[in-house]
Write a protein that binds this ligand. Structure first.
Ligand SMILES: [Zn+2]
Length: 81
């Protein structure tokens, strides 16, 4: 068995993305302004932050989004009642 990580499994597709740009789709809505995206081509996952920049969706970023998401839902629920 070799130690190939999922990200490095399809180097040719990554090259296509590098040349033509990633083809992101929204995989998860966090707030009205923040989403998680996944590239349909190479599978790279990113998220946009409050500053509006795309950031690599690391485990830490995912946790931050998880907090934001639950906070946002709570806030939304409170504002309805
Ligand atoms: Zn890509």
């Amino acid at each position: 068995m070799d130690n190939v990580t999922p990200q490095n499994r399809l180097p040719i597709l990554s090259l296509i993305c590098t040349a033509f740009g990633h083809n992101y789709i929204i995989t998860r809505k966090i707030t009205n302004h923040i989403n998680e995206y996944k590239c349909t081509c190479c599978g790279k996952e990113v998220s946009n932050s409050y500053s509006g920049n795309f950031e690599l969706l690391t485990r830490k970023q995912r946790e931050v989004n998880e907090c934001l998401s639950s906070f946002f839902k709570k806030k939304k629920r409170l504002s309805i009642h």
